[in-house]
Design a protein around this ligand. Structure first.
Ligand SMILES: *Cc1c(COP(=O)(O)O)cnc(C)c1O
Length: 384
C-alpha cells in the first residue's frame, strides 16, 4: 500500500495517513492495544517501546491530523485541555500570556487558577481588537492564544494580525481551531505556530470520545512538545485514537451538513419574536463576518442567542425533545448549552456579565438531524 499524501482533504480524511494496515491490508487501521513492545536484543527496537512514548494507532492518527491541518506533525493527547496544558508547559515561571477574553471556560481556569500559582501570568482581552492586544503586551509576554470564532460569542480575530504581532515581538502564536476544524480553517497556513484542538468535538464527532491535539510546523517546538507529551503523560489511548480516526473519515460531510442546518436555524432564530440577538458567523450582519471570510472557508455550526425574557430558559432546556440539553459540541447530535452555569461556570461573574455570557444566553451546537425536526423542536419551546 502506498502512501497517498498529496491529495485532497476529503481523501486524506477517509484514507488516513497510511490508507490502512500495510501488513494485512485491513482497511480499518488496527487498534494496537498494547502497553509495551518486545525488543529482540540490546539496542534493537521496532520503533515502538512503550505506548506513552509511541503507539502505532496514535501515530497513524497524529499523522492524519497533521495532514489535514497542513502541519509537519501533530501530537495526540487524552483531552483538549491536556493539549493546552502541554502548550503551557513550554513556558517558564514569570512568563506572560495574552488570551481571548471570550474563550472556553476550561482554558480560562487553567490559566487563571492552576498556572497562576506557578507564576504564569495571563491577561484576557478582546483579541478581535488589535489595540487591546498591543496594550496588554509586557516585557515578559511570550504567547498569544486565541479562539476564532470565540466561545460562546463567536467573535472573530484576524489571524494575520496575530501572526504579524507575534512575528514582530517574537511571541508564540496559538489558535484553538476546535470550532471550525481544518476543513474550514487552517491557521498554520497563515503562519500561526501552534494549532490546538479539542478532538472531543468535531474531529471525533460522535460525542463518544475525549481527545486533544497540537499541530505544528516548527521543529524546535515539536521536539519540545514531544518531550512534554511523553513526560507529563496525558497521551491518547489506542482505542480512543481509533475512534477519532473513524470519526475523521466523515468530518467533511458532517461539517457541511452541520453548517447547512446551522445557517437555516440562525436565520430562523433571527426572526423569532422571543429572541433578542443571534451570534452566528454565517450571518452577514455578524461582526467579523468579512474577516472570517478572508481566513476561512466556512462558518461552522455553533450558534449562540440571547432571549428577551430569561424566564423562558428553563422551559427551553427541559422542553426540547430532538435537541439535548448537554454540555459539549461538535457531534452529530444537536445540543443546547447554558454557558452561564455550564461551559463558562469557571469564569468570574463580573467578567461574564461584562461579556454578556449571562442568564439570557444559550448556545447551540447544530448536528446533522433533519432540519425540519430541529426547527419544530425549537418552535415548540419558543413559540407557545
Ligand atoms: C471543549 C473545548 C476544549 C477542551 O477540550 P476537552 O476535550 O473537553 O478537554 C478546548 N477548547 C474548546 C474551544 C473547546 O470547545
Amino acid at each position: 500500500m502506498s502512501n497517498f499524501n498529496a491529495c485532497h482533504f476529503e481523501t486524506s480524511a477517509v484514507r488516513g495517513a497510511s490508507g490502512g494496515d500495510e501488513k494485512t491490508g485491513a482497511i480499518s487501521f488496527p487498534i494496537y492495544q498494547a502497553a509495551t513492545f518486545k525488543h529482540n536484543g540490546l539496542h534493537e527496537s521496532t520503533g515502538y517501546d512503550y505506548s506513552r512514548l509511541q503507539n502505532p494507532t496514535r501515530e497513524e492518527l497524529e499523522k492524519t491530523i497533521a495532514l489535514l491541518e497542513c502541519g509537519k506533525e501533530s501530537l495526540g493527547f487524552s483531552t483538549g485541555v491536556a493539549a493546552i496544558t502541554a502548550c503551557i508547559n513550554l513556558l517558564e515561571s514569570g512568563d506572560h500570556v495574552i488570551l481571548s477574553e471570550d474563550l472556553y471556560g476550561g482554558t480560562f481556569r487553567l490559566f487563571n487558577d492552576i498556572y497562576r500559582i506557578y507564576h504564569i501570568e495571563a491577561t484576557f482581552v478582546d483579541t478581535s481588537k488589535e489595540d487591546e492586544i498591543i496594550k496588554a503586551i509586557k516585557n515578559n509576554t511570550k504567547v498569544i492564544f486565541v479562539e476564532t470564532p470565540s466561545n460562546p460569542l463567536m467573535r472573530i480575530t484576524d489571524i494575520n494580525m496575530i501572526v504579524d504581532i507575534c512575528k514582530k515581538y517574537n511571541f508564540i502564536s496559538i489558535v484553538d481551531n476546535t470550532f471550525l476544524t481544518p476543513y474550514y480553517q487552517k491557521p498554520l497556513n497563515l503562519g500561526i505556530d501552534l494549532v490546538v484542538h479539542s478532538g472531543t468535538k468535531y474531529l471525533g464527532g460522535h460525542n463518544d470520545v475525549l481527545a486533544g491535539f497540537i499541530v505544528a510546523n516548527n521543529e524546535e517546538l515539536i521536539s519540545k512538545l514531544r518531550i512534554i507529551q511523553k513526560s507529563t503523560g496525558a497521551t491518547l489511548s489506542p482505542f480512543d485514537s481509533w475512534l477519532v480516526l473513524r470519526g475523521l473519515k466523515t468530518l467533511h460531510i458532517r461539517m457541511d451538513r452541520c453548517q447547512e442546518n446551522a445557517i437555516k436555524i440562525a436565520n430562523w432564530l433571527k426572526e423569532n419574536k422571543n429572541i433578542d440577538k443571534v451570534f452566528y458567523v454565517g450571518l452577514k450582519e455578524h461582526k467579523g463576518y468579512d474577516v472570517n471570510q478572508l481566513q476561512s472557508r466556512g462558518f461552522g455550526a455553533m450558534i449562540s442567542f440571547r432571549v428577551k425574557d430569561k424566564n423562558i430558559i428553563p422551559k427551553i432546556l427541559s422542553g426540547v425533545r430532538v435537541i439535548s440539553f448537554a454540555e459539549s459540541l461538535g457531534g452529530v447530535e444537536t445540543l443546547v448549552t447554558y454557558p452561564y452555569t455550564q461551559t463558562h461556570a469557571e469564569i468570574p461573574l463580573e467578567i461574564k456579565e461584562k461579556l454578556g455570557v449571562d442568564e439570557y444566553l444559550l448556545r447551540l451546537s447544530i448536528g446533522i438531524e433533519k432540519i425540519d425536526d430541529l426547527i419544530k423542536d425549537l418552535e415548540n419551546v419558543l413559540e407557545e
